[in-house]
Ligand binder design. Structure first.
Ligand SMILES: [Mn+2]
Length: 88
């Protein structure tokens, strides 16, 4: 492993995320973006604002499952979970 690419605040911008991953040298193979020697660290706020939220989640989830990314929850994910969690 050569190092990490720290990516924050994607905010549903799937097209821009794919362009960024491509620019950083990640390539989509079998539906998953991988880098030959680097790992992406997503530091929160994948959701809200942009119109590609589900696509962003699909991209990042597949990368995490393939071992080519790690993820930290952002305040927007925390708020979404809290919003959908029933208060007793
Ligand atoms: Mn943010």
């Amino acid at each position: 492993m050569d190092g990490y690419d720290i990516i924050g605040d994607v905010h549903g911008c799937a097209t821009q995320l794919e362009a960024l991953l491509d620019k950083l040298g990640y390539r989509a193979a079998a539906g998953e973006y991988r880098h030959p020697s680097r790992q992406a660290i997503f530091v929160g706020d994948l959701i809200d604002r942009g119109d590609g939220q589900l696509r962003v989640l699909e991209i990042v989830k597949s990368m995490v499952e393939a071992g080519s990314a790690k993820i930290v929850m952002g305040n927007h994910e925390f708020n979404a979970l809290a919003y959908h969690t029933e208060w007793p």
